[in-house]
Ligand binder design. Structure first.
Ligand code: IMP
Ligand code: MG
Length: 188
């Protein structure tokens, strides 16, 4: 789905398809370089990370296992509940491996803070780093080391490229801000 398909629902385009692809391609090159000779595993957080994961692995010139986890901290609304729950546990072995977590966005940082600890302490990963495509620095509650930064954005609710509003717009190839009228009832 492209911007033209959602023109009536959005206030503005934040990142074009080209900007997103360029950032992921650059990151793939860095990952290829940094993890050469290491035991890399890519771990994605469902469902938001699916688009970033697919693009990243397709741009990489090296191969490695991938795995997914389903976590919940957000519910259906706008604010993180602060608690992370495992809906579905990791489906790949990362013990002694070098993990790169692929995420759509780091907002409060709750999810990544929890997940980095979980993969290190419970799953015994050798190293854990993160590539979140987006970051909202003004919302951060945890000091997280982001080895592969994506784009920094303002504190606005965004959709597209994996990010949803009520499970929709994940399949938009760009990232945009919704019109307030689309969600005005919930935000009051
Ligand atoms: P955090 O735990 O507060 O960092 O939030 C992480 C999760 O909240 C992300 O993986 C997204 O699923 C969701 N999220 C945060 N900001 C947005 C947004 O602007 N649009 C859609 N989902 C968001
Ligand atoms: Mg997510």
């Amino acid at each position: 789905m492209e911007i033209e398909d959602v023109r009536d629902d959005i206030e503005k385009v934040l990142l074009t398809k080209e900007q997103i692809q360029r950032k992921i391609k650059d990151t793939a090159r860095r990952v290829d370089e940094d993890y050469g000779g290491k035991d890399l595993v890519l771990v994605g957080v469902l469902k938001g990370a699916v688009n970033v994961m697919t693009a990243l692995m397709n741009y990489m010139h090296t191969t490695c296992p991938i795995g997914f986890m389903s976590l919940s901290s957000y519910g259906e609304g706008f604010e993180s509940s602060g608690q992370v729950k495992v809906r579905s546990d990791l489906n790949v072995d990362v013990e002694g491996k070098d993990v790169l977590i692929v995420e759509d966005i780091v907002d409060s940082g709750n999810t990544l803070h929890w997940l980095m600890g979980y993969l290190s302490n419970e799953k015994k990963a050798r190293s854990v780093n993160v590539f979140p495509l987006l970051s909202k620095p003004s919302r951060r509650q945890w000091d997280i080391y982001v080895k592969y930064p994506g784009y920094e954005i303002e504190d606005e609710f965004v959709i597209g490229f994996g990010l949803d509003y009520k499970e929709c717009y994940r399949n938009l190839d760009a990232i945009a801000v919704l019109k307030p009228s689309v969600y005005s009832q919930e935000r009051m």
